[in-house]
Design a protein. Structure first.
Length: 109
């Protein structure tokens, strides 16, 4: 398997929280090098959840990043399933870390 993207994102892919997953908990979408914040909005089972995209505003002067997060009732909703390799979007190859929300915009692209 060829790993691409940032090392930090690839390491987070298989990670998961030891805490019980509950509504309101943060989640992070792991892209090539960027990360986007989400919130758990429904726990369907121990292996299936719904997350919704959050708003994020950079309070620092770019390229520094200090993000402020807010709930976005109009944000994209995704269904995630827990696999042996961590949480993924149902029927897609988009990975998530559950337990913390984080925004990161890679300035090198």
């Amino acid at each position: 398997m060829k790993l691409e993207g940032s090392l930090q994102n690839r390491m987070m892919e298989g990670s998961t929280t030891n805490k019980e997953i509950v509504v309101g908990m943060g989640a992070t979408e792991l892209l090539y090098t960027d990360r986007n914040p989400y919130t758990v909005i429904e726990v369907k089972s121990k292996n299936r959840i719904l997350v919704q995209a959050d708003g994020a505003i950079n309070k620092a002067t770019f390229p520094d990043q200090e993000w402020e997060y807010s709930r976005n009732p109009e944000g994209q909703i995704l269904e995630l399933v827990k696999t042996k390799n961590g949480w993924k979007v149902l029927k897609e190859d988009i990975h998530f870390y559950i337990g913390d929300r984080e925004k990161y915009y890679d300035p090198s692209f």
